[in-house]
Design a binder for this molecule. Structure first.
Ligand code: ADP
Ligand code: ZN
Ligand code: MG
Length: 501
């Protein structure tokens, strides 16, 4: 019996968040604009025009290359990729062929429940190009084209065939999207088409003893233009099953083909046989001089922010948060900022940061209240962390009230709700609404009795006429209840008890 190992590589297009298009001054991201209004002779490909590369797009591309541990080309150039299609008025796309801006990088991913826990995915290359226009097919059978998207900047990232499961491919895409967001180069929203993916997959056959049975690499299927993470995973799973059947029938794919994902039917469908690179008749774009990128790369290195993986491990180490919690927190940069600011307030409060035991307890409180309670309340209200009224200072104060047991979970939730509502600090809310105060007579009576029997000398002196000792005894009750005893009730109870003993 043979077994089959999936071999997967991805090609990802990410739309860069620049103001203007790749080679002209038209707006690049006006959502909802009337079709064919963000256009000019350059992006419509009229004769005699000169394309001028967008500096911001190049900087974004370099930044992305650096974040993916690539070498940035000292010298990079643009090429014409020739093909004829109604969404491409020039009949060529300006892209990059043999001197892309970035090559030879990698990205490490973690695979929580995978056969392997970690993988280093090689990045073959990343290059800049312009997007094609958008075609529409109306119900009446007409085909329309909107050139607004034509000429918007894209970065294409090509990976090595280093994934061994659809899950790994999905994790990689999720991490890549997060990196693009951390860098601010794209919103990388798949639903909006900011991130599109072609998934390549083939199988490798192994003998029972694990040795290779046949070739290291076999003809692959390329599944084109997948537009959601779930579809990537599903399409790959489907394709692996389909190819496994072919192999088991001793009829494996003999040539590489292109397929599309039909989500309604949950299958991949054959499209056309893959064009060879030569079909595109690539040649250097004569109107754009080569790019010298060494200086830009040095500049961009300084602008490289802390990336998601680094932030996760730092927050885990500094604050004692659980890996799964840090992942959730760092998936949203605004939430990660809020968490860090909360901890910096808290650490000031605990003082001694070396007290890991205490810190772990606090970390559990913070992640519990933040991730399950506060995020829950926010999503009920349709609010979000960026615009909510709770400041990190107030949230940290709230956590200290919980940690010192001045607030229990039930009242805590009320206070948190009120903080969201009013933006007030928790202590103020508790005073105002008399929340968290101990005014249960039975409970308070127990504390009063304990205080009286623990201080027989003071009791005796009070009874001998030193009435000012009442203040001392009230203070002791306050200390025991960590300030939550209701003052008037405490005073009365002490007076009554002191008379009766
Ligand atoms: P193409 O001939 O389609 O241009 P490339 O070598 O440029 O092929 O690779 C395109 C993508 O396909 C890359 O992401 C690469 O990792 C992946 N790939 C290449 N060979 C295979 C294979 N045998 N099985 C699965 N993926 C592959
Ligand atoms: Zn234009
Ligand atoms: Mg290729």
């Amino acid at each position: 019996m043979f077994s089959y190992e999936p071999i997967i590589g991805l090609e990802i297009h990410i739309q860069l968040k620049t103001k203007t298009k790749m080679f002209c001054a038209c707006s690049a991201h006006e959502t909802g604009a009337q079709p064919n209004t963000n256009v000019c002779p350059i992006c419509l490909g009229q004769p005699g025009v000169l394309p001028v590369p967008n500096e911001q797009a190049i900087r974004f591309g370099v930044l992305m290359g650096l974040a993916l541990n690539c070498s940035i080309a000292e010298r990079s150039k643009f090429d014409r990729k020739n093909y004829f299609y109604p969404d491409l008025p020039k009949a060529y796309q300006i892209s990059q062929f043999d001197q892309p801006i970035a090559t030879n990088g990698f990205l490490e991913i973690e695979i929580p429940n995978g056969a392997r826990k970690q993988a280093r995915i090689g990045i073959t290359r990343a290059h800049l190009e312009e997007d094609a226009a958008k075609l529409f097919h109306t119900e009446s059978g007409k085909s329309c084209v909107d050139f607004n998207r034509g000429g918007t900047p894209l970065i294409e990232i090509v990976t090595e065939p280093d994934f061994r499961s659809p899950q790994e491919a999905k994790i990689f895409l999720t991490e890549l999207r997060l990196i693009a967001r951390y860098l601010g180069v794209s919103d990388a929203d798949m639903e909006k088409g900011h991130l599109r993916c072609d998934a390549n997959v083939s199988l490798r056959r192994h003998n029972e003893d694990g040795t290779l049975a046949g070739a290291m690499f076999n003809p692959k299927t390329e599944i084109k233009n997948i537009n959601s993470f779930r579809h990537v995973e599903r399409a790959l799973e489907y394709e692996i099953e389909r190819q496994t059947r072919l192999w088991e029938e001793e009829n494996p794919p003999k040539i590489s083909t292109t397929r599309g994902w039909n989500d309604a039917r949950q299958i991949t469908e054959e499209q056309r046989s893959k064009e060879e690179a030569a079909d595109y008749r690539y040649f250097p774009e004569p109107d754009i001089p080569a790019l010298e990128l060494s200086e830009t790369a040095e500049d961009m290195k300084k602008e490289l922010p802390e990336l998601p993986a680094a932030r996760r491990s730092r927050m885990q180490n500094e604050f004692g948060l659980k890996p799964s919690d840090t992942r959730q927190i760092c998936d949203d940069p605004a939430l990660a900022d809020f968490t860090e600011q909360t901890f910096s307030e808290l650490l000031e409060w605990v003082g001694d940061t070396s007290e890991v035991e205490g810190l772990n307890g606090l970390a559990r409180l913070v992640s519990g209240w933040l991730l399950s309670k506060l995020m829950g309340l926010l999503s009920e209200r349709g609010g979000d962390i960026k615009t909510m009224k709770i400041t990190p200072e107030n949230f940290a104060e709230f956590i200290t009230l919980i940690a010192t047991k001045k607030l229990n979970n039930t009242i805590g939730l009320k206070v948190l709700n009120e903080m969201l509502e009013a933006g007030d600090d928790p202590t103020h809310i508790m005073e105002e609404q008399r929340l968290g105060q101990m005014d249960d007579e039975v409970e308070l009576a127990e504390v009063v009795n304990r205080v009286l029997s623990a201080n027989p000398v003071e009791v005796a002196r009070y009874q001998a006429g030193e009435e000012q000792l009442l203040t001392f005894l009230i203070g002791m009750v306050m200390k025991e209840t960590e300030g939550t005893a209701e003052p008037a009730l405490t005073r009365n109870m002490l007076l009554v008890k002191l008379k009766s003993i």
